[in-house]
Design a protein around this ligand. Sequence first.
Ligand code: UD1
Ligand code: CA
Length: 451
Amino acid sequence: MNTAIILAAGQGTRMKSQTAKVLHKVGNKCLLQHVVDASSDHVETINVIVGHNSQAVKAAMPKNKINWVLQEKQLGTGHAVQQAIPFINDDSICLILYGDVPLLQSKTLEELLIKARPSGFSLLSVVLNDPFGYGRIIRDSNGLIQSIVEQKDASESELKVKEINTGIMAIQGSLLKRYLNELKPNNVQGELYLTDIVESAVKDNVNITSFVCENASEVMGINDKKQLSQAERSYQVRQAEDLMSSGLTIMDPRRFDCRGDLNFGDDCTIDVNVVFEGDNVLGKNVMISPNCIIKDSKIGDNTSILPNSIIENSIIGSSTTIGPFARIRPDTTIGDHSKVGNFVEVKKSTIKSNSKVSHLSYIGDSNIGADVNIGAGVITCNYDGSNKHQTEVKDGAFIGSNSQLVAPVIIGKNATIGAGSTITQNAPDDKLTLSRNKQSTIDKWKRPTKK
Ligand code: UD1
Ligand code: CA
Protein backbone atom coordinates (compact mmCIF):
# COMPACT_ATOMS: atom_id res chain seq x y z
CA MET A 1 0.00 0.00 0.00
CA ASN A 2 2.97 2.33 -0.51
CA THR A 3 2.94 5.42 -2.70
CA ALA A 4 5.72 7.14 -4.61
CA ILE A 5 6.05 10.85 -5.26
CA ILE A 6 8.62 11.67 -7.90
CA LEU A 7 9.72 15.29 -8.23
CA ALA A 8 10.25 16.29 -11.83
CA ALA A 9 9.03 19.85 -12.20
CA GLY A 10 12.37 21.67 -12.36
CA GLN A 11 13.71 23.21 -15.54
CA GLY A 12 17.21 21.80 -15.56
CA THR A 13 18.77 25.00 -16.92
CA ARG A 14 22.29 23.63 -16.67
CA MET A 15 21.57 20.90 -19.21
CA LYS A 16 21.45 23.70 -21.81
CA SER A 17 18.89 21.77 -23.81
CA GLN A 18 15.41 22.13 -25.30
CA THR A 19 14.59 18.71 -23.88
CA ALA A 20 13.15 18.45 -20.36
CA LYS A 21 15.87 17.31 -17.95
CA VAL A 22 14.12 14.10 -16.91
CA LEU A 23 13.77 13.06 -20.57
CA HIS A 24 17.51 12.87 -21.11
CA LYS A 25 18.67 9.29 -21.38
CA VAL A 26 20.91 6.85 -19.58
CA GLY A 27 21.26 3.49 -21.32
CA ASN A 28 18.80 4.86 -23.91
CA LYS A 29 16.08 5.03 -21.25
CA CYS A 30 14.91 8.40 -19.96
CA LEU A 31 15.91 9.42 -16.43
CA LEU A 32 12.34 9.51 -15.18
CA GLN A 33 11.65 6.01 -16.50
CA HIS A 34 14.61 4.68 -14.50
CA VAL A 35 13.11 6.14 -11.33
CA VAL A 36 9.63 4.83 -12.13
CA ASP A 37 11.07 1.35 -12.76
CA ALA A 38 13.06 1.30 -9.49
CA SER A 39 10.03 2.33 -7.45
CA SER A 40 7.36 0.26 -9.16
CA ASP A 41 8.40 -2.92 -7.29
CA HIS A 42 7.49 -1.25 -4.00
CA VAL A 43 4.48 0.97 -4.57
CA GLU A 44 0.93 0.78 -5.78
CA THR A 45 0.62 4.32 -7.09
CA ILE A 46 3.19 6.62 -8.60
CA ASN A 47 2.63 10.38 -8.50
CA VAL A 48 4.93 12.44 -10.69
CA ILE A 49 5.15 16.16 -10.05
CA VAL A 50 5.63 17.98 -13.35
CA GLY A 51 5.99 21.65 -14.25
CA HIS A 52 8.44 22.73 -16.94
CA ASN A 53 7.79 20.93 -20.24
CA SER A 54 5.04 18.93 -18.56
CA GLN A 55 3.31 18.05 -21.84
CA ALA A 56 6.48 16.62 -23.33
CA VAL A 57 7.25 14.67 -20.17
CA LYS A 58 3.79 13.09 -20.07
CA ALA A 59 3.86 12.31 -23.79
CA ALA A 60 7.23 10.57 -23.49
CA MET A 61 5.93 8.02 -20.98
CA PRO A 62 2.66 6.69 -22.37
CA LYS A 63 3.08 3.10 -21.17
CA ASN A 64 3.23 3.90 -17.46
CA LYS A 65 0.44 4.03 -14.94
CA ILE A 66 1.23 7.43 -13.49
CA ASN A 67 -0.82 10.04 -11.66
CA TRP A 68 0.51 13.28 -13.15
CA VAL A 69 0.42 16.21 -10.74
CA LEU A 70 1.06 19.74 -12.00
CA GLN A 71 3.18 22.15 -9.99
CA GLU A 72 2.64 25.38 -11.89
CA LYS A 73 5.33 27.42 -10.18
CA GLN A 74 8.46 25.81 -8.74
CA LEU A 75 8.43 27.19 -5.23
CA GLY A 76 10.67 24.53 -3.71
CA THR A 77 10.80 20.80 -3.04
CA GLY A 78 8.33 21.12 -0.13
CA HIS A 79 5.88 23.00 -2.33
CA ALA A 80 6.29 20.29 -4.99
CA VAL A 81 5.31 17.52 -2.56
CA GLN A 82 2.40 19.62 -1.23
CA GLN A 83 0.79 19.37 -4.68
CA ALA A 84 0.39 15.62 -4.15
CA ILE A 85 -1.36 15.87 -0.76
CA PRO A 86 -4.79 14.91 -2.17
CA PHE A 87 -3.32 11.60 -3.36
CA ILE A 88 -1.61 10.59 -0.12
CA ASN A 89 -3.21 8.04 2.20
CA ASP A 90 -2.66 8.58 5.92
CA ASP A 91 -1.67 5.00 6.57
CA SER A 92 0.53 4.39 3.53
CA ILE A 93 4.28 4.93 3.40
CA CYS A 94 5.34 7.55 0.87
CA LEU A 95 8.61 7.22 -1.04
CA ILE A 96 9.88 10.62 -2.10
CA LEU A 97 12.07 10.36 -5.16
CA TYR A 98 13.63 12.63 -7.79
CA GLY A 99 13.27 12.39 -11.54
CA ASP A 100 16.89 13.39 -12.02
CA VAL A 101 18.38 10.69 -9.74
CA PRO A 102 18.18 7.71 -12.11
CA LEU A 103 20.62 5.13 -10.74
CA LEU A 104 18.79 4.41 -7.51
CA GLN A 105 18.36 0.65 -7.10
CA SER A 106 15.18 -1.11 -6.19
CA LYS A 107 16.94 -2.97 -3.35
CA THR A 108 18.08 0.30 -1.76
CA LEU A 109 14.45 1.41 -1.61
CA GLU A 110 13.60 -1.91 -0.01
CA GLU A 111 16.17 -1.24 2.75
CA LEU A 112 14.89 2.28 3.22
CA LEU A 113 11.31 1.03 3.58
CA ILE A 114 12.41 -1.47 6.22
CA LYS A 115 14.16 1.33 8.15
CA ALA A 116 11.02 3.47 7.97
CA ARG A 117 8.79 0.82 9.55
CA PRO A 118 9.33 1.48 13.30
CA SER A 119 8.95 5.28 13.44
CA GLY A 120 7.35 6.00 10.06
CA PHE A 121 10.19 8.24 8.88
CA SER A 122 13.52 7.32 7.32
CA LEU A 123 16.03 9.26 5.22
CA LEU A 124 18.42 7.95 2.61
CA SER A 125 21.83 9.48 3.24
CA VAL A 126 25.30 9.03 1.82
CA VAL A 127 28.80 9.92 3.03
CA LEU A 128 30.74 12.05 0.55
CA ASN A 129 34.38 13.16 0.67
CA ASP A 130 33.29 16.40 -0.92
CA PRO A 131 29.82 17.26 0.40
CA PHE A 132 29.79 20.73 -1.21
CA GLY A 133 26.35 21.85 -2.40
CA TYR A 134 24.34 19.23 -0.50
CA GLY A 135 22.12 19.48 2.55
CA ARG A 136 24.04 18.17 5.60
CA ILE A 137 22.51 15.67 8.06
CA ILE A 138 22.88 17.15 11.55
CA ARG A 139 22.87 14.65 14.44
CA ASP A 140 22.95 15.20 18.20
CA SER A 141 25.56 13.71 20.56
CA ASN A 142 23.58 10.45 20.65
CA GLY A 143 23.65 10.19 16.87
CA LEU A 144 19.96 10.98 16.50
CA ILE A 145 19.02 13.03 13.46
CA GLN A 146 18.15 16.64 14.40
CA SER A 147 17.84 18.49 11.09
CA ILE A 148 19.06 18.96 7.57
CA VAL A 149 20.88 22.20 6.80
CA GLU A 150 21.30 23.38 3.22
CA GLN A 151 24.75 24.48 1.98
CA LYS A 152 23.55 28.07 1.66
CA ASP A 153 22.18 28.12 5.21
CA ALA A 154 24.91 26.12 6.99
CA SER A 155 27.34 27.34 9.69
CA GLU A 156 31.07 26.63 9.49
CA SER A 157 30.87 23.55 11.71
CA GLU A 158 27.82 22.24 9.88
CA LEU A 159 29.67 22.57 6.56
CA LYS A 160 32.24 20.03 7.84
CA VAL A 161 29.61 17.27 8.05
CA LYS A 162 30.14 14.67 5.31
CA GLU A 163 26.91 12.73 5.65
CA ILE A 164 24.52 14.38 3.23
CA ASN A 165 20.85 14.22 2.46
CA THR A 166 20.07 12.53 -0.82
CA GLY A 167 16.58 14.03 -0.62
CA ILE A 168 15.14 10.55 -0.90
CA MET A 169 12.96 9.51 2.01
CA ALA A 170 10.23 7.15 3.16
CA ILE A 171 7.57 8.64 5.41
CA GLN A 172 4.15 7.72 6.73
CA GLY A 173 1.38 9.61 4.88
CA SER A 174 -0.18 11.14 7.98
CA LEU A 175 3.18 12.50 9.20
CA LEU A 176 4.07 13.85 5.78
CA LYS A 177 0.79 15.74 5.50
CA ARG A 178 1.08 17.20 9.00
CA TYR A 179 4.65 18.49 8.47
CA LEU A 180 4.02 19.75 4.93
CA ASN A 181 1.38 22.06 6.38
CA GLU A 182 3.94 23.54 8.77
CA LEU A 183 6.50 24.50 6.10
CA LYS A 184 7.60 28.13 5.90
CA PRO A 185 9.98 29.78 3.42
CA ASN A 186 12.48 30.74 6.14
CA ASN A 187 15.66 30.33 4.12
CA VAL A 188 18.07 32.10 1.78
CA GLN A 189 16.20 30.97 -1.34
CA GLY A 190 12.76 31.90 -0.01
CA GLU A 191 11.48 28.44 -1.00
CA LEU A 192 9.48 25.78 0.81
CA TYR A 193 12.15 23.19 1.62
CA LEU A 194 10.94 19.61 1.96
CA THR A 195 13.90 18.98 4.23
CA ASP A 196 12.39 21.24 6.91
CA ILE A 197 9.90 18.48 7.73
CA VAL A 198 12.81 16.81 9.54
CA GLU A 199 12.89 19.52 12.23
CA SER A 200 9.11 19.32 12.65
CA ALA A 201 9.35 15.57 13.13
CA VAL A 202 12.16 15.97 15.67
CA LYS A 203 10.03 18.44 17.66
CA ASP A 204 7.25 15.88 17.47
CA ASN A 205 9.62 13.27 19.01
CA VAL A 206 9.60 11.08 15.90
CA ASN A 207 12.72 8.94 15.90
CA ILE A 208 13.98 9.53 12.36
CA THR A 209 16.16 6.71 11.09
CA SER A 210 18.45 6.71 8.11
CA PHE A 211 19.75 4.21 5.63
CA VAL A 212 23.25 5.10 4.52
CA CYS A 213 23.60 4.24 0.86
CA GLU A 214 26.99 2.61 0.21
CA ASN A 215 27.31 3.57 -3.41
CA ALA A 216 27.34 7.33 -3.99
CA SER A 217 26.73 6.98 -7.73
CA GLU A 218 23.33 5.47 -6.97
CA VAL A 219 22.08 8.72 -5.50
CA MET A 220 23.83 11.15 -7.83
CA GLY A 221 21.59 13.83 -9.23
CA ILE A 222 22.04 14.93 -12.81
CA ASN A 223 22.29 18.63 -13.47
CA ASP A 224 24.52 18.92 -16.51
CA LYS A 225 25.89 16.95 -19.44
CA LYS A 226 29.05 16.00 -17.59
CA GLN A 227 27.05 14.36 -14.82
CA LEU A 228 24.87 12.72 -17.46
CA SER A 229 27.95 11.08 -18.99
CA GLN A 230 29.17 9.98 -15.54
CA ALA A 231 25.77 8.43 -14.83
CA GLU A 232 25.86 6.64 -18.18
CA ARG A 233 29.26 5.09 -17.39
CA SER A 234 28.25 4.06 -13.86
CA TYR A 235 25.09 2.52 -15.25
CA GLN A 236 26.98 0.59 -17.94
CA VAL A 237 29.60 -0.73 -15.51
CA ARG A 238 26.90 -1.81 -13.09
CA GLN A 239 25.04 -3.55 -15.90
CA ALA A 240 28.23 -5.25 -17.11
CA GLU A 241 28.89 -6.49 -13.57
CA ASP A 242 25.36 -7.90 -13.32
CA LEU A 243 25.75 -9.64 -16.69
CA MET A 244 29.15 -11.05 -15.71
CA SER A 245 27.71 -12.42 -12.48
CA SER A 246 25.11 -14.19 -14.63
CA GLY A 247 27.94 -15.78 -16.59
CA LEU A 248 28.61 -13.49 -19.54
CA THR A 249 32.29 -13.03 -20.40
CA ILE A 250 32.99 -9.35 -20.99
CA MET A 251 36.58 -8.56 -21.98
CA ASP A 252 36.49 -5.05 -20.52
CA PRO A 253 33.45 -3.79 -18.59
CA ARG A 254 34.66 -0.21 -19.11
CA ARG A 255 34.24 -0.66 -22.84
CA PHE A 256 30.83 -2.29 -22.84
CA ASP A 257 27.51 -0.66 -23.69
CA CYS A 258 24.08 -2.17 -23.50
CA ARG A 259 21.21 0.19 -24.23
CA GLY A 260 18.35 -2.21 -23.69
CA ASP A 261 17.93 -5.87 -22.77
CA LEU A 262 20.45 -8.62 -23.38
CA ASN A 263 19.66 -12.30 -22.94
CA PHE A 264 22.33 -14.92 -23.46
CA GLY A 265 23.14 -18.61 -23.15
CA ASP A 266 26.22 -20.20 -21.59
CA ASP A 267 29.75 -19.31 -22.64
CA CYS A 268 29.17 -16.16 -24.67
CA THR A 269 32.04 -13.71 -25.01
CA ILE A 270 31.78 -10.01 -25.70
CA ASP A 271 34.99 -8.34 -26.81
CA VAL A 272 35.67 -4.61 -26.41
CA ASN A 273 33.61 -1.72 -27.75
CA VAL A 274 30.53 -3.71 -28.60
CA VAL A 275 27.26 -1.76 -28.43
CA PHE A 276 23.97 -3.59 -27.86
CA GLU A 277 20.79 -1.65 -28.56
CA GLY A 278 17.17 -2.66 -27.95
CA ASP A 279 16.32 -6.31 -27.30
CA ASN A 280 18.98 -8.84 -28.16
CA VAL A 281 19.15 -12.58 -27.61
CA LEU A 282 22.35 -14.62 -27.90
CA GLY A 283 22.37 -18.42 -27.93
CA LYS A 284 25.15 -20.50 -26.37
CA ASN A 285 28.83 -19.97 -27.11
CA VAL A 286 28.32 -16.84 -29.19
CA MET A 287 31.38 -14.69 -29.80
CA ILE A 288 31.04 -10.98 -30.53
CA SER A 289 34.33 -9.45 -31.67
CA PRO A 290 35.43 -5.83 -31.14
CA ASN A 291 33.54 -2.83 -32.49
CA CYS A 292 30.26 -4.49 -33.38
CA ILE A 293 26.82 -2.90 -33.07
CA ILE A 294 23.99 -5.36 -32.46
CA LYS A 295 20.44 -4.07 -32.40
CA ASP A 296 17.14 -5.93 -31.82
CA SER A 297 18.57 -9.21 -33.12
CA LYS A 298 18.80 -12.87 -32.32
CA ILE A 299 22.02 -14.82 -32.78
CA GLY A 300 22.18 -18.63 -32.68
CA ASP A 301 24.49 -21.04 -30.85
CA ASN A 302 28.20 -21.19 -31.77
CA THR A 303 27.99 -18.22 -34.10
CA SER A 304 30.78 -15.67 -34.36
CA ILE A 305 30.32 -12.04 -35.23
CA LEU A 306 33.72 -10.82 -36.43
CA PRO A 307 35.04 -7.28 -35.90
CA ASN A 308 33.35 -4.12 -37.09
CA SER A 309 30.05 -5.68 -38.07
CA ILE A 310 26.60 -4.14 -37.70
CA ILE A 311 23.49 -6.27 -37.29
CA GLU A 312 20.03 -4.74 -37.00
CA ASN A 313 16.62 -6.31 -36.54
CA SER A 314 17.75 -9.66 -37.92
CA ILE A 315 17.97 -13.33 -37.06
CA ILE A 316 21.28 -15.14 -37.43
CA GLY A 317 21.40 -18.95 -37.25
CA SER A 318 23.84 -21.20 -35.43
CA SER A 319 27.45 -22.03 -36.31
CA THR A 320 27.43 -19.11 -38.72
CA THR A 321 30.08 -16.42 -39.25
CA ILE A 322 29.31 -12.79 -39.91
CA GLY A 323 31.99 -10.23 -40.84
CA PRO A 324 34.49 -8.76 -40.42
CA PHE A 325 33.01 -5.53 -41.73
CA ALA A 326 29.60 -6.97 -42.57
CA ARG A 327 26.38 -5.00 -42.44
CA ILE A 328 23.17 -6.94 -41.85
CA ARG A 329 20.23 -4.60 -42.29
CA PRO A 330 16.68 -5.07 -40.95
CA ASP A 331 14.44 -8.03 -41.80
CA THR A 332 17.23 -10.38 -42.68
CA THR A 333 17.34 -14.05 -41.73
CA ILE A 334 20.54 -16.02 -42.11
CA GLY A 335 20.59 -19.79 -41.64
CA ASP A 336 22.91 -22.23 -39.90
CA HIS A 337 26.51 -22.99 -40.98
CA SER A 338 26.48 -19.99 -43.29
CA LYS A 339 28.94 -17.21 -43.91
CA VAL A 340 28.54 -13.53 -44.66
CA GLY A 341 32.02 -12.13 -45.06
CA ASN A 342 33.97 -8.91 -45.50
CA PHE A 343 32.25 -5.84 -46.85
CA VAL A 344 28.99 -7.62 -47.54
CA GLU A 345 25.71 -5.76 -47.10
CA VAL A 346 22.51 -7.77 -46.75
CA LYS A 347 19.10 -6.11 -46.61
CA LYS A 348 15.60 -7.57 -46.17
CA SER A 349 16.76 -10.96 -47.39
CA THR A 350 16.85 -14.60 -46.42
CA ILE A 351 19.99 -16.66 -46.79
CA LYS A 352 19.43 -20.33 -45.96
CA SER A 353 21.81 -22.82 -44.35
CA ASN A 354 25.28 -23.73 -45.64
CA SER A 355 25.38 -20.76 -47.98
CA LYS A 356 28.24 -18.35 -48.41
CA VAL A 357 28.49 -14.73 -49.42
CA SER A 358 32.12 -14.23 -48.62
CA HIS A 359 33.30 -10.95 -50.10
CA LEU A 360 32.21 -7.51 -51.31
CA SER A 361 28.54 -8.14 -52.16
CA TYR A 362 25.18 -6.43 -51.94
CA ILE A 363 22.24 -8.75 -51.34
CA GLY A 364 18.93 -6.88 -51.13
CA ASP A 365 15.27 -8.03 -51.29
CA SER A 366 16.52 -11.54 -52.00
CA ASN A 367 15.74 -15.11 -51.20
CA ILE A 368 18.92 -17.15 -51.26
CA GLY A 369 18.51 -20.92 -50.85
CA ALA A 370 20.68 -23.47 -49.06
CA ASP A 371 24.15 -24.57 -50.24
CA VAL A 372 24.50 -21.51 -52.41
CA ASN A 373 27.86 -19.91 -53.16
CA ILE A 374 27.82 -16.26 -54.06
CA GLY A 375 31.16 -15.15 -55.50
CA ALA A 376 33.05 -11.99 -54.69
CA GLY A 377 31.50 -8.74 -55.79
CA VAL A 378 28.06 -10.09 -56.75
CA ILE A 379 25.36 -7.42 -56.70
CA THR A 380 21.61 -7.89 -56.66
CA CYS A 381 20.27 -4.93 -58.63
CA ASN A 382 17.05 -4.61 -56.65
CA TYR A 383 16.11 -1.03 -57.51
CA ASP A 384 15.12 0.29 -60.91
CA GLY A 385 15.05 3.90 -59.78
CA SER A 386 11.39 3.73 -58.80
CA ASN A 387 10.59 0.29 -57.39
CA LYS A 388 12.28 -2.52 -55.53
CA HIS A 389 12.27 -6.04 -57.01
CA GLN A 390 13.01 -9.53 -55.71
CA THR A 391 15.87 -11.83 -56.54
CA GLU A 392 15.57 -15.55 -55.98
CA VAL A 393 18.52 -17.90 -55.94
CA LYS A 394 17.54 -21.56 -55.53
CA ASP A 395 19.37 -24.24 -53.55
CA GLY A 396 22.82 -25.27 -54.71
CA ALA A 397 23.32 -22.40 -57.17
CA PHE A 398 26.79 -20.96 -57.81
CA ILE A 399 27.02 -17.30 -58.78
CA GLY A 400 30.37 -16.40 -60.40
CA SER A 401 32.26 -13.40 -59.10
CA ASN A 402 31.39 -9.88 -60.15
CA SER A 403 27.98 -10.81 -61.56
CA GLN A 404 24.92 -8.61 -61.42
CA LEU A 405 21.52 -10.17 -60.88
CA VAL A 406 19.01 -7.65 -62.23
CA ALA A 407 15.75 -8.14 -60.32
CA PRO A 408 13.14 -9.43 -60.70
CA VAL A 409 15.05 -12.57 -61.58
CA ILE A 410 15.21 -16.26 -60.57
CA ILE A 411 18.36 -18.37 -60.61
CA GLY A 412 17.43 -22.05 -60.78
CA LYS A 413 18.42 -24.97 -58.59
CA ASN A 414 22.08 -25.97 -58.96
CA ALA A 415 22.43 -23.36 -61.71
CA THR A 416 25.86 -21.86 -62.36
CA ILE A 417 26.34 -18.26 -63.42
CA GLY A 418 29.61 -17.49 -65.19
CA ALA A 419 31.77 -14.81 -63.59
CA GLY A 420 31.22 -11.25 -64.77
CA SER A 421 27.70 -11.87 -66.09
CA THR A 422 24.84 -9.41 -66.07
CA ILE A 423 21.78 -11.60 -65.64
CA THR A 424 18.49 -10.00 -66.67
CA GLN A 425 16.43 -13.13 -67.33
CA ASN A 426 15.73 -16.25 -65.29
CA ALA A 427 18.50 -18.85 -65.38
CA PRO A 428 17.43 -22.53 -65.61
CA ASP A 429 18.22 -25.30 -63.10
CA ASP A 430 21.44 -27.31 -63.43
CA LYS A 431 22.91 -25.33 -66.36
CA LEU A 432 25.69 -22.82 -66.88
CA THR A 433 24.33 -19.42 -67.84
CA LEU A 434 26.55 -16.51 -68.70
CA SER A 435 26.34 -13.21 -70.48
CA ARG A 436 29.68 -11.90 -71.59
CA ASN A 437 31.34 -10.69 -74.76
CA LYS A 438 33.76 -13.17 -76.24
CA GLN A 439 37.33 -12.35 -75.23
CA SER A 440 39.42 -10.89 -78.06
CA THR A 441 42.94 -9.59 -78.50
CA ILE A 442 43.78 -6.62 -80.76
CA ASP A 443 47.18 -7.26 -82.25
CA LYS A 444 48.05 -3.81 -83.61
CA TRP A 445 47.01 -1.87 -80.50
CA LYS A 446 49.73 0.18 -78.79
CA ARG A 447 49.75 2.00 -75.50
CA PRO A 448 49.61 5.77 -75.97
CA THR A 449 52.90 7.54 -75.23
CA LYS A 450 53.31 10.69 -73.17
CA LYS A 451 53.33 13.92 -75.25
C1 UD1 B 1 17.75 18.98 -2.63
C2 UD1 B 1 17.66 18.93 -1.09
C3 UD1 B 1 19.07 18.73 -0.49
C4 UD1 B 1 19.73 17.50 -1.09
C5 UD1 B 1 19.72 17.57 -2.63
C6 UD1 B 1 20.19 16.25 -3.21
C7 UD1 B 1 15.80 20.41 -0.44
C8 UD1 B 1 15.44 21.74 0.06
N1 UD1 B 1 17.11 20.17 -0.63
O1 UD1 B 1 18.50 20.15 -2.95
O2 UD1 B 1 18.96 18.60 0.92
O3 UD1 B 1 21.05 17.38 -0.62
O4 UD1 B 1 18.37 17.78 -3.13
O5 UD1 B 1 20.32 16.35 -4.62
O6 UD1 B 1 14.94 19.56 -0.68
N2 UD1 B 1 11.78 20.31 -7.86
C9 UD1 B 1 10.45 20.41 -8.18
N3 UD1 B 1 9.77 21.52 -7.82
C10 UD1 B 1 10.34 22.54 -7.14
C11 UD1 B 1 11.71 22.44 -6.80
C12 UD1 B 1 12.41 21.31 -7.17
O7 UD1 B 1 9.90 19.51 -8.80
O8 UD1 B 1 9.64 23.51 -6.85
C13 UD1 B 1 12.53 19.13 -8.26
C14 UD1 B 1 13.64 19.47 -9.23
O9 UD1 B 1 13.21 19.31 -10.57
C15 UD1 B 1 14.72 18.47 -8.88
C16 UD1 B 1 14.46 18.12 -7.42
O10 UD1 B 1 13.15 18.56 -7.13
O11 UD1 B 1 14.58 17.29 -9.62
C17 UD1 B 1 15.47 18.73 -6.45
O12 UD1 B 1 15.36 20.15 -6.49
P1 UD1 B 1 16.61 21.11 -6.37
O13 UD1 B 1 16.13 22.51 -6.38
O14 UD1 B 1 17.61 20.72 -7.38
O15 UD1 B 1 17.11 20.78 -4.90
P2 UD1 B 1 18.59 20.80 -4.42
O16 UD1 B 1 19.04 22.21 -4.24
O17 UD1 B 1 19.41 19.93 -5.29
CA1 CA C 1 19.56 19.32 -7.51
